[in-house]
Write a protein that binds this ligand. Structure first.
Ligand SMILES: [Zn+2]
Length: 441
C-alpha cells in the first residue's frame, strides 16, 4: 500500500485500520521490499554461505538434543543437510546452524524453481485462475466478484487456516528473521511461550544462526515466501520457487521442512492454495491484525497505543467470543517487537497462547517425529480439534457501520480478516476512513 492520500485523512485512516486486517504488513519494510520487479527470467543465483556466528562448521555428530522444549523420546532430524530429502535421522546437534550449500537466489532477484520442484505440480489439480495484474506496491485489484476464493478480495478462506477455537490464541510473527528477532525470542523464552514464525527466505539465509535458535527454542518455523511478493500475481512456477527455496533454506539450517506458509498481504486464491497443497504446504491467514506493521513503517499519525488498544479489546473479548484468535505481528523492527512484549502477558492470561500448528491440530513439519513446539501448558496439537480449518466468518462490523455507499469496502475488508475494534474510534472517523480506504485498497 502506498499512502498517497492527504495527511488529514491518513491520521483517521490509521485509526480505522485497526478494525481491518486485509493488508498484512501492506507497507513493507525496505529490506524486504523485493516485489514489483519479478520476472521469470530475471533470477540470478549466488552462493550464500552461513556467515553469521556459529556457522563455521557443520558438525552433525554431536549428541545434544536440539529442542529444549521437547520431551519426546523420538529422534530429531539432523540440522545439517545439503539435500532436500525429508528423512529424519539420528540426533540433532547443538545450536550450530547447518551450512547453506545451495546457490540461493540473489538478493532482489526473482527465484527460479528447480526442475524437480516443478515436477511436483505437473500432475496436480491446480485451479485455473488467472495470474492477476499487480498494481505495484498495492498489489492486485481486490474489487469485483471473487471467482476463485481470493481472501484479500472477499475473505474466502478455502482450505486456509485462519482462526483458533475458543480460548485458544495462535501467536505469529512475520517477515523475520531480523536483527530484532533475538529480543523477541528472549522474551518468549522467558515466558516459555512458543510462536509460529513466518520467515522470508531471503532473510533466512542472512540470519541462519537466528533461524537455528528459533528452531532450537521450540518455535514453529514457517514460510513467508522468498521475496515477499503478492502470490496471486505470480505464475505457478514462480510460486513454486517462492515456497520451495524458502523451505530449502530452512531445511538446510534446521533439518526440518516447514508445513505452514503464509501468503504476504494475505494475497491468496485457490490457485495459490492448490500449488501449496501440491507441494505439501498448508496456508495460514489471520483474523486479528495488530497493525504493528504500520508502526514499523512509521506511518504518519499512527500511534503505538492503538496496538495496545487492539490487545485490550481482544483480552476483553475472551470470555464472550465464540472463538479464539489468530493474530498477525512482525519481528522486523524494534517497535513491533516491543509492542508484542508489552502486550503478550495480558493475552496469555486471557487465552491459551499457542502456535498455529497447535491451534489447528496440524503438524509443524513434513518430517515425522519432529517434536511439536509446546506452549505454556501441556496440551499438544493432537488434543485440539481440527475444526479450526473452517473459516471464521465472523465479520465484526462496528456498531457504527458506515452507510451503504461505503459498506462494500467494509464488507470486503472485514470479511477478509475478521476484525477487532478499536473502541476509541468514532463513527465519524470511520466514515472518513472508509472513504479513504475505498480509494486505497
Ligand atoms: Zn509479511
Amino acid at each position: 500500500m502506498k499512502l498517497t492520500t492527504s495527511a488529514t485523512t491518513i491520521a483517521a485512516l490509521l485509526a480505522f485500520i485497526s478494525v481491518i486486517g486485509a493488508q498484512e504488513d501492506a507497507v513493507r519494510v525496505d529490506d524486504n521490499s523485493l516485489a514489483g520487479s519479478l520476472t521469470a527470467d530475471s533470477g540470478t543465483n549466488t552462493t550464500v554461505s552461513a556467515t553469521n556466528d556459529n556457522s563455521k562448521n557443520n558438525n552433525n555428530t554431536t549428541t545434544t538434543t536440539a529442542s529444549s522444549s521437547s520431551d519426546s523420546t523420538s529422534t530429531t532430524p539432523t540440522p545439517v543437510s545439503s539435500n532436500t530429502s525429508n528423512s529424519t535421522s539420528t540426533t540433532a546437534t547443538s545450536s550450530t546452524p547447518g551450512q547453506l550449500t545451495e546457490s540461493y537466489p540473489a538478493d532482489g532477484s526473482a527465484p527460479v524453481p528447480k526442475p524437480e520442484w516443478l515436477e511436483l505440480i505437473k500432475n496436480a489439480n491446480i485451479t485455473n485462475a488467472p495470474v492477476l495484474k499487480s498494481n505495484g506496491d498495492d498489489g492486485p485489484n481486490v474489487n469485483g466478484a471473487d471467482k476463485y476464493c481470493d481472501w484479500a478480495m472477499s475473505g474466502c478462506m478455502g482450505s486456509s487456516i485462519g482462526s483458533c477455537p475458543k480460548g485458544i490464541w495462535g501467536l505469529t510473527f512475520d517477515d523475520g528473521p531480523s536483527d530484532v528477532s533475538p529480543k523477541l525470542y528472549d522474551f518468549l523464552k522467558s515466558t516459555n511461550q512458543k510462536a509460529t514464525l513466518f520467515m522470508i527466505g531471503s532473510n533466512v539465509i542472512k540470519y541462519p544462526a537466528i533461524v537455528k535458535r528459533a528452531f532450537d527454542e521450540g518455535h514453529e518455523l514457517a514460510i513467508h515466501t522468498w521475496t515477499h511478493s503478492y502470490l496471486t500475481t505470480l505464475s505457478n512456477e514462480q510460486i513454486v520457487a517462492e515456497l520451495k527455496w524458502t523451505e530449502l533454506a530452512i531445511k538446510q539450517i534446521t533439518g526440518v521442512s516447514p508445513r505452514l506458509f503464509r501468503p504476504p498481504y494475505g494475497d491468496i486464491d485457490n490457485r495459490v492454495r492448490d500449488i501449496g497443497t501440491a507441494l505439501g504446504f498448508t496456508s495460514v491467514i489471520w483474523d486479528h491484525d495488530t497493525n504493528d506493521w504500520m508502526l514499523a513503517e512509521n506511518a504518519a499519525g499512527f500511534k503505538a497505543e492503538w496496538i495496545d488498544g487492539n490487545f485490550t479489546q481482544w483480552v476483553a473479548d475472551a470470555s464472550t467470543s465464540s472463538s479464539g484468535g489468530l493474530s498477525l505481528e512482525h519481528d522486523i523492527k524494534l517497535a513491533t517487537v516491543d509492542a508484542a512484549i508489552k502486550n503478550l502477558p495480558a493475552l496469555q492470561k486471557a487465552y491459551k497462547v499457542v502456535t498455529v500448528g497447535e491451534c489447528a491440530g496440524v503438524p509443524s513439519y513434513k518430517e515425522a517425529n519432529v517434536p511439536l513446539p509446546k506452549a505454556n501448558a501441556t496440551t499438544t496439537s493432537s488434543a485440539l480439534p481440527k475444526s479450526t480449518m473452517a473459516a471464521s466468518t465472523a465479520s465484526v462490523v462496528p456498531a457504527t457501520t458506515p452507510d451503504a455507499a461505503q459498506s462494500q469496502t467494509v464488507k470486503n475488508i472485514n470479511g477478509a480478516a475478521g476484525t477487532t475494534i478499536n473502541t476509541a474510534l468514532t463513527s465519524a472517523v470511520m466514515g472518513a476512513l472508509l472513504f479513504v480506504l475505498s480509494n486505497m485498497l
